[in-house]
Design a protein around this ligand. Structure first.
Ligand code: ME8
Length: 646
């Protein structure tokens, strides 16, 4: 019997910066596919996570004055971090892997050793070009105009002793896999892989580094860390329990489907299967390379800084509207250009008009004409057949598209039913029938058919907009049995005497012009940055402020306070000084110990949370897009405690 399990993954994202709408796009799409499969009754495991090693993160942490682990912890688990974002976006992942998780680290060491013992990983010398932002090595011939072929950025010479994976050994098998199976989709990506990478000849791949330390150590050769792609790619199986005891799901769920962005298709469709071949493990059922969200024609990316913040959009329009927009608008396999105009017009046209209106009008009419509960009598009419036909055929058409991950086409099928239903209201003109007592049975039939259209649409849109669709199904009084995949195979699962409730609009219409202006003002680059200079103070007044260099001896979070940190400082006087500062949101206390800071000492003592504060630490602050930004003033550690600022 065929397994009824379905395993699907997103890429594991680099926590080098906050994630943006491009990452949300991939995760929401993968979530919709996972929810679709669950709706069909599959036993789904949906994995996402973070790819936490590598030189870039090591460098960023250094610049931020924290350890790499502290740095990634903040981006992954901190406020508005990766975990918060997926919660906000209603992502239903069953598991979240971090490549710094102990079980993953140990499993990667075993995997690396296995490939080494087999002779597929060997020691050699690496000479090549390295692109830091992409964490990619390139040969001279792969460069475009001497620059990184992925991001167009500068590359550096790199030469060091390193381990290599015998990618060349698997070239023929990988080529066959790409050309003769539907392993990689969309198919257009296959030609790109064959022409750009396989035909020019696959060179062995560098899989260890000695130039940085933030990685998984090669346990049989100290000094080498596993280079990021071996570490990253095998997450898809370690998260199931492969080569570790944390989970026991490998046999049950592997192989699965890997959803990835097009720029990492190369790693997933060439290197990943080759390594699995080496390990003699089953290959993924499919690698699907989705397109990019572009902004002003270019890829939205953290390194370019041209990113759209999903928090802002979800906050203004609701999570479901945002999820819907992403999946309805952009064909999953191709690139699409993001714009606020498009977002607002999609919400107005599809959600406020087509879907929202149908539900509001239907429920309002049932309340008005029948007090909210449909009577049992029925009378068919000539207008019914066309609507029922579209509704009855919908599930099959929708599934054909969803099975190919053509989410936008699946949604479009549902919208054909919604438009048909809105047209049906115009054709049948219920408001005319309502004035004629003898037409009650006909009126009830029309209302029933409209409820059915709402029901089938809501069930099939549930993977895209889970909360809204549940609301719709509640509002139209659909019982549990009328919310299942089976129930939408055919027309007529609503109970004859359904009881509905009218309510506020699901998606209020947005005034596009006003909203675009508001968004522009909100996102104006650093508009509120420059605060006006305050009125003059005399030099004598200024000289009264006693500002001193202090060393942080101790720093702890104040119990029961979210904001406060309690500092014990050496101010040069020989007696430790205690100062409280509300900056926990910006700093973890242990990262500040030993730092050289500046405090104003002659402010009157204040008590906060039962503790006395004798002075104030100086920080650089400003508000950006409604969010407070703060940097504690820190000096070069060579400046001794007690020096005065003047
Ligand atoms: O590449 N449009 O992580 P990453 C659409 N750690 N999708 C986008 C996007 C955009 N503008 N920007 C990012 C890595 N994405 C590796 C992956 S997997 C074993 C290791 C999405 O943080 C897209 O899915 O750079 C892309 O592949 C992924 O984020 C890259 O995330």
């Amino acid at each position: 019997m065929e397994k009824n399990t379905f395993y699907i993954t997103t890429p594991i994202y680099y926590p080098s910066d906050k994630l943006h709408i491009g990452h949300a796009y991939c995760t929401v799409a993968t979530d919709a596919i996972a929810r679709y499969k669950r709706l069909q009754g599959c036993d789904v495991l949906f994995l996402t996570g973070t790819d936490e090693h590598g030189q870039k993160i090591e460098d960023k942490a250094k610049a931020a004055g924290v350890t790499p682990k502290e740095f990634v912890d903040r981006i992954v688990a901190g406020e508005k971090g990766v975990l918060d974002l997926w919660k906000l976006m209603n992502i239903s992942n069953d598991r979240f892997i971090r490549t710094t998780d102990d079980y993953h680290v140990k499993a990667i060491q075993r995997i690396f050793r296995k490939m080494h013992d087999k002779g597929d990983i060997y020691k050699g010398k690496y000479v090549g070009k390295y692109c830091k932002p992409c964490e990619s090595f390139w040969t001279e011939t792969q460069l475009v105009d001497g620059k990184c072929p992925d991001c167009g950025g500068e590359v550096q010479d790199a030469e060091e002793e390193a381990y290599f994976f015998r990618l060349s050994k698997y070239a023929d098998r990988v080529q066959h896999l790409l050309e003769d199976t539907d392993f990689l989709e969309p198919r257009s990506r296959v030609h790109e892989m064959i022409n750009n990478f396989i035909k020019p000849g696959l060179e062995d791949l560098c899989v260890s580094r000695t130039s940085f330390t933030w990685g998984i150590p090669v346990d049989f050769d100290p000094g080498h860390v596993v280079y990021v792609w071996v570490d990253a790619l095998f997450n898809y199986v370690t998260a199931l329990g492969y080569e570790n005891d944390k989970y026991d799901d490998y046999e049950k769920y592997w192989p699965g489907v890997n959803i990835v962005g097009k720029e990492i298709v190369r790693f997933h469709s060439i290197i990943w299967p080759a390594m699995l071949m080496s390990m003699e493990m089953p290959l993924p059922k499919k690698v699907y390379g989705h397109g990019w969200l572009l902004l002003d024609g270019g890829k939205m990316s953290k390194s370019k800084g041209n990113v759209v913040d999903p928090y802002q959009l979800a906050d203004r329009y609701g999570v479901d509207a945002l999820r819907f927009f992403l999946l309805r608008t952009f064909p999953f396999g191709s690139d699409g250009t993001f714009s606020n105009e498009l977002l607002i017009s999609t919400i107005n046209t599809d959600l406020a008009n087509d879907l929202g209106n149908l539900v509001s009008r239907t429920t309002a009419m049932i309340v008005k004409y029948f007090g909210g509960t449909l009577p049992a009598e029925r009378e068919a009419g000539t207008e019914d057949a066309a609507l029922i036909e579209v509704g009855s055929a919908l599930r099959k058409k929708y599934a054909e598209q969803m099975d190919k991950f053509q989410l936008q086409n699946g949604i479009a099928e549902v919208f054909r039913l919604l438009s048909r239903a809105n047209k049906y209201i115009d054709e049948t003109a219920p408001w005319v029938l309502s004035r004629d007592e003898t037409k009650r049975a006909r009126l009830a039939s029309i209302m029933y058919n409209l409820l059915e259209a709402c029901r089938i649409s809501a069930v099939l849109l549930t993977p895209i907009m889970p909360e809204t669709c549940e609301k719709i199904l509640d509002r139209i009084g659909a019982p549990a049995a009328a919310r299942t995949w089976e129930s939408v195979a055919a027309w007529g699962a609503m109970p004859a005497c359904a009881a509905v409730s009218a309510g506020e609009a699901l998606f209020p219409r947005i005034d596009a012009k006003k909203e675009l202006e508001a968004l522009e003002a909100l996102n104006a680059p650093s508009a509120p940055a420059v605060e006006p200079v305050l009125p003059d103070v005399s030099i004598d007044e200024f000289a009264k402020c006693d500002m001193r260099v202090c060393k942080v001896l101790k720093c702890e979070a104040v119990k029961k306070s979210e904001k406060l940190l309690c500092f014990t400082l050496d101010d040069g006087s020989g007696t430790p000084r205690q100062i409280l500062s509300g900056i926990h949101k910006f700093y973890e206390p242990e990262t500040l110990v030993g730092k050289t800071v500046v405090a104003i000492l002659n402010l009157p003592a204040r008590k906060m949370m039962g503790k006395e504060s004798n002075g104030m630490l100086l920080s650089a602050v400003r508000e950006e897009n409604g969010e407070e930004k703060l940097h504690l003033l820190m000096l070069d550690d060579s400046v001794p405690a007690g020096y005065r600022l003047c």
